[in-house]
Design a protein around this ligand. Structure first.
Ligand code: KIV
Length: 293
């Protein structure tokens, strides 16, 4: 998958299917399922690292996880999410940090949160030949300025700003825009205004594609469930059931049984037993230590 093909999908009226992943195994499963784009989201701050919001994850941690996901992905477009403090301090650092996602992390694009106010940064990253995905609406890195994870774009001015931000980001050259936590009618207007794809999360069905946090949709992360999250599986419960069965089988000496154990040839075992009966084990232990250490 390439950014060009993602844009073509919108032109052809095909939905764009995307999701987050944070490690090799999930990256591989998602890729095998034929997803168009995988985002190593800074939501890993909460779902992997246990922070309260996305502000806790560092650039190095993001790159570490992006690298892991990239080893499992061969088809989907891999996007690294630039975390808090990695692109809004100054443009030079923003470009360099974006480049680290590509060079070290194996990503093919980066995502940044913000609208018209971050255009100079977006352009500078694009000028360094790094593909950029935009993200407007409920941008979680602004959680304290918003006063919580609150739906955005609810006033006329806020809705107009979202539309203008999307146009400006498109004109700057981003290949798609995440629309997060905005009323579906506004997401629909943004989507019909721009030619590049919109990828919705909590933005209704009229976006060109959807994204969701994989731990949310699988029912693994259940501490907090926004209105838009749907559990497509109860994997958290499946994990608990499996862990309890494992625990019970250990306590009941059912696991591991012979089918899950390596076997030793009987004739050799007799030899080991004979040796064990006659050997001076302390002496043997000292002898081996003297030889090896
Ligand atoms: O961090 C993340 O996972 C995201 C998506 C929810 C868009 O930014």
């Amino acid at each position: 998958m390439t950014t060009k093909k993602i844009i073509e999908k919108k032109k052809n009226g095909e939905k764009i299917v995307t999701i987050t992943a944070y490690d090799y195994s999930f990256g591989r499963i998602v890729d095998e399922c034929g997803f168009d784009l995988i985002l190593v989201g800074d939501s890993l701050s909460q779902v992997i690292l246990g922070h309260e919001n996305t502000l806790g994850v560092t650039l190095d941690q993001m790159i570490h996880h992006t690298k892991a996901v990239s080893r499992g992905v061969s088809n989907a477009l891999l996007v690294g999410d630039m975390p808090f403090l990695s692109y809004k301090i100054n443009i030079r650092d923003a470009v360099y940090n974006a480049g680290r996602f590509i060079q070290e992390g194996g990503a093919e694009a980066v995502k940044v949160e913000g609208g018209t106010e971050i255009l100079p940064t977006v352009k500078a990253i694009l000028d360094a030949d790094i593909e950029v995905m935009g993200h407007i609406g409920l941008t979680p890195q602004k959680v304290y300025r918003f006063g919580g994870h609150l739906v955005q774009g609810k006033t006329i001015d806020a809705a107009k700003k979202l539309i203008i931000d999307a146009i400006n980001l498109q004109d700057a050259g981003v290949f798609s825009i995440v629309l997060e936590g905005i009323p579906w009618q506004i997401a629909k207007l943004v989507t019909s205004t721009v030619d590049i794809p919109t990828i919705g999360i909590g933005a209704g069905q009229y976006c060109d594609g959807q994204i969701i946090i994989i731990y949310d949709m699988l029912g693994i992360f259940t501490e907090f469930k926004p209105k838009f999250v749907k559990h497509f599986g109860q994997i958290g419960q499946n994990i608990r059931d499996a862990l309890n069965s494992y625990k019970d089988e250990i306590v009941g000496s059912q696991y591991p049984d012979l089918d899950h154990s390596y076997s030793y040839p009987t004739e050799d075992l007799d030899g080991v037993n004979e040796w064990l009966e006659s050997a001076d084990l302390e002496k043997e232990a000292t002898k081996l230590k003297e030889k090896l250490i």
